[in-house]
Design a protein around this ligand. Structure first.
Ligand SMILES: [Zn+2]
Ligand SMILES: [Zn+2]
Ligand SMILES: [Zn+2]
Length: 323
């Protein structure tokens, strides 16, 4: 992984302590999924009248259905917010997928499908951007006997809230971090608690930790957490995926198939040493397509970027905050 994906500061949300997904075999569907996701986000953020929004979503959905029908299998990670379908009899994921796609038409029920991926035991995993869409999809499946009789429908639990704790002593092991966090902070319990991974920060290691929703609620407004002899800052950890080659959202550099783009001016050159006026390519793109007036005089990875806020909203919709 390049250092870019690891870089995190207290002001940035793109701390990425997880390994990148392996590059896909064939990029075409991946790319289409990126585009579809981007469009879906744009449609939501444009705040259209509901009827118009539905119309726009249907057009995107049509594009989507046509490439789903090509039966590509290496599309997306099985991210939370998704649902799985496992066949009861022995069959390949491909057949399961075709069978489902022959019966359910997302555009008819107004669904925004983010991706379909083969999983173990001949199953498929279906991802949507919106939590409610999974419920809609399950309702739809239940209406179709052939799907209910032949498949097991699994709905994974939503992701638990995560925090990142900044500047932990480099010498502490994962187990020591875990032990000390639980014993030194009121309301921290081991239930649902997991120290996940770390990345190097300026003042020590930054540790990503998963919490139970109720624990998260009780500690989220605290200023700091105690760990050994220190009291350390923390914040919610959201894994915003932004590519450090083209600066679009939803994929990382390793999977990028776009041309290089400057973080500062949005033109097709490397970001280093650019002295042109700032112009966020994501906000500019949105403005040009939807005639919005989002401010564009910021870097493409600025934390106040409108398109970035939309990405964060989508991530939050996939987390169980327990309320
Ligand atoms: Zn890219
Ligand atoms: Zn530039
Ligand atoms: Zn922007």
């Amino acid at each position: 992984m390049s250092t870019h994906e690891r870089t995190a500061s207290e002001f940035s949300q793109d701390a990425d302590g997880e390994p990148p997904p392996s590059p896909g075999a064939d990029g075409m569907i991946d790319k289409a999924l990126d585009v579809q996701r981007e469009w879906t986000n744009l449609i939501i953020s444009w705040r259209l009248a509901p009827k118009k929004e539905e119309e726009a979503a249907n057009i995107v959905q049509k594009m989507m259905s046509s490439f789903l029908a090509t039966g590509h299998d290496d599309a997306l990670d099985g991210t939370p917010g998704g649902e799985g379908v496992n066949p009861k009899k022995d069959q390949s994921s491909e057949i399961t997928k075709k069978a489902i796609q022959a019966k359910v038409f997302p555009s008819k029920i107004g669904l925004k499908i983010k991706g379909v991926k083969k999983i173990k035991k001949g199953g498929i995993a279906i991802n949507t951007d919106l939590k409610e869409d999974i419920e809609k999809l399950i309702e739809e499946f239940k209406k179709i006997d052939e799907i209910v009789n032949n498949n097991e429908i699994i709905k994974p639990l939503p992701r638990k809230p995560r925090i990142v704790i900044y500047g932990v002593d480099n010498d502490l092991t994962k187990e020591e971090v875990q032990e000390n966090l639980v014993s030194q902070n009121n309301d921290m319990t081991t239930e649902g608690f997991a120290v996940l991974s770390s990345f190097q920060g300026k003042q020590g290691k930054n540790w990503i930790t998963q919490l139970n929703p109720d624990v998260y609620q009780r500690i989220k407004d605290r200023d700091r957490l105690n760990i050994v002899w220190t009291r350390l800052k923390f914040r919610e950890y959201l894994r915003v995926m932004q590519c450090y080659k083209c600066f679009r959202y939803g994929h990382i550099r390793e999977r990028c198939r776009n041309d290089e783009s400057c973080v500062r001016c949005g033109k097709g050159h490397r970001s280093t040493n650019c002295e042109k006026d700032m112009k966020c390519r994501n906000c500019s793109f949105h403005n040009s397509i939807f005639a919005t007036k989002f401010k564009t005089d910021h870097l493409a990875n600025d934390t106040n970027c409108k398109i970035r806020s939309k990405e964060i909203e989508v991530l939050r919709s996939q987390i169980d905050y327990g309320q």
